[in-house]
Design a binder for this molecule. Structure first.
Ligand SMILES: [Zn+2]
Length: 58
């Protein structure tokens, strides 16, 4: 295990979990970090901005 200080942001992300969200416009599933839930994100495929909410899996 290296403990290099050049990338503190990566270390901070270790406490976050990944969640899947689906674009309401094109249906693309994307993985985001849990701290992005409730924020406005942009679909990588169609460019639509939407509020990130956890994918409802039934
Ligand atoms: Zn989309």
């Amino acid at each position: 295990m290296s403990d290099q200080p050049h990338c503190p942001g990566f270390e901070a992300n270790k406490s976050l979990s990944e969640v899947k969200v689906k674009c309401p416009a094109c249906g693309l599933e994307m993985e985001i970090f849990s701290d992005e839930i409730g924020k406005t994100i942009k679909c990588a495929a169609c460019g639509v901005s939407f509020e990130a909410a956890p994918n409802q899996v039934t």
